[in-house]
Write a protein that binds this ligand. Structure first.
Ligand SMILES: Cc1ncc(C[n+]2csc(CCOP(=O)(O)OP(=O)(O)O)c2C)c(N)n1
Ligand SMILES: [Mg+2]
Length: 377
């Protein structure tokens, strides 16, 4: 077995060969440098990089808001009140620390996994709930927000972000575009084309690559022989940064630097956040079919929310009473948003066609009639 044996498990691999390949890949991956400010046990590894208290508390609150959405999303799905939902619990630091470096004048191009990032920039919770109910209310963005609806097609948001970034520069603003992608998405052509374009045109973009270990049932080690995905940036002549994706202070620090670089006109950056999808791919997935306890080992102890919590409590920046008040506020905010989402009209099958063009094409009109006939409306 080499350190990055790409042989998929479906082959004649024995369990011990599979385990050896996994261990070898993880050892090689762990040897790659990554920026970390707070260690998994809550101790501070890089005191000189700590942001002020206000920033640390804001990041904690946003991670808690995101986690609350993630936990309630799962329950709502089980209650039949959410259509489908891709959970991101365990990836809050990767999403919150990055998106919190933007202002509302910047663009955010999310994948389906990035509800946490969009909430951080200000997407109303009711809109996010509506999206995962397939309601058109979830596709309508508030006028003051440049957040795109969640992208289901993998990697397509990367070239779009480059276009938006170049448009902002042509308009003479200092606004930037941030795009998200997964480890799997970083094997797509769109990822590479976008990075090359952005480098060649010096686009004010920040590319976030969330390496959560899995593309549905395919582990990162079987998607690529590379053990450091941030190095892909070198091929396009742009900076690449690898960061502990479960350390929100670290993801925020490196993203702020990248955002400032882009605003100064110094071009794009690729940031690999090293994290883990502890939850299933979506509410429709059963990871027990394709991964083992050994695959998941150690990730609960790296939980990003508990890590910052330990740090804040030990530094005396947060008390358990403050935290209880914060959590009560988050729960109340979510329940009010859920009531708002419940007040939106039920989506109809035809809605899927209604917002494609201002004026429907003859083909769309025909499809609409067919759907109406088949759904008996
Ligand atoms: C262009 C395209 N190809 C295939 C799919 C099917 N698909 C949905 S999610 C997924 C895996 C993506 O993995 P990754 O990029 O690592 O993101 P993660 O789900 O881990 O956040 C695939 C292949 C798709 N949605 N779009
Ligand atoms: Mg992935």
């Amino acid at each position: 077995m080499t350190t990055s044996d790409p042989t998929p498990r479906e082959s004649a691999d024995t369990d011990s060969a599979y385990d050896a390949a996994r261990t070898a890949y993880e050892t090689a991956q762990a040897a790659e440098d990554m920026v970390q400010i707070v260690a998994p046990d809550g101790t501070v590894a890089r005191p000189e990089l700590l942001p002020d208290t206000e920033v640390r508390l804001r990041l904690y609150r946003e991670m808690r808001r995101a986690r609350h959405f993630d936990e309630r999303g799962w329950v709502l799905y089980r209650q039949g009140r959410m259509g489908v939902f891709p959970p991101f619990g365990g990836m809050e630091a990767s999403q919150v620390g990055t998106a919190a470096a933007l202002t509302k004048d910047d663009w955010l191009f999310p994948t389906y996994r990035d509800t946490g990032a969009t909430l951080t920039l200000g997407l109303p919770i009711a809109r996010a709930i509506a999206y995962w109910r397939t309601s058109p209310h979830g596709w309508h963005m508030p006028e003051d927000l440049k957040v795109l609806p969640f992208y289901i097609p993998i990697a397509t948001q990367y070239p779009h972000a480059v276009g938006a970034a170049i448009a902002e520069r042509r308009k003479g603003t200092r606004n930037i575009a941030m795009a998200f992608i997964g480890d799997g998405g970083s094997s797509e052509g769109d990822f590479h084309e976008a990075l090359n374009f952005a480098g060649a045109l010096n686009a004010p973009c920040v590319f976030i690559l969330q390496n959560n270990g899995w593309a549905i049932s395919v582990p990162t080690r079987h998607q690529t022989r590379a053990t450091n995905l941030s190095r892909r940036a070198e091929g396009y002549g742009i900076p690449g940064v690898r960061v502990d994706g479960n350390d929100v202070l670290a993801t925020h620090h490196v993203t702020r630097e990248a955002v400032e670089r882009a605003r100064r006109g110094e071009g794009p950056t690729l940031i690999e956040t090293v994290t883990y999808r502890v939850k299933p791919h979506t509410t429709a997935d059963d990871p027990g079919k394709y991964r083992t306890d050994a695959d998941n080992a150690g990730w609960d102890a790296k939980d990003p929310v508990l890590r910052l919590r330990t740090h804040l409590l030990s530094e005396g920046l947060l008390t358990e009473a403050d935290e209880q008040a914060m959590l009560a506020g988050i729960t109340a905010e979510f329940e009010a948003a859920l009531a708002e989402a419940d007040s939106y009209p039920e989506p109809t099958p035809e809605d899927i066609l209604d917002h494609v063009f201002a004026e429907p094409t003859p083909q769309l009109r025909a499809q609409r009639e067919q759907i109406s006939a088949e759904s008996g409306q």
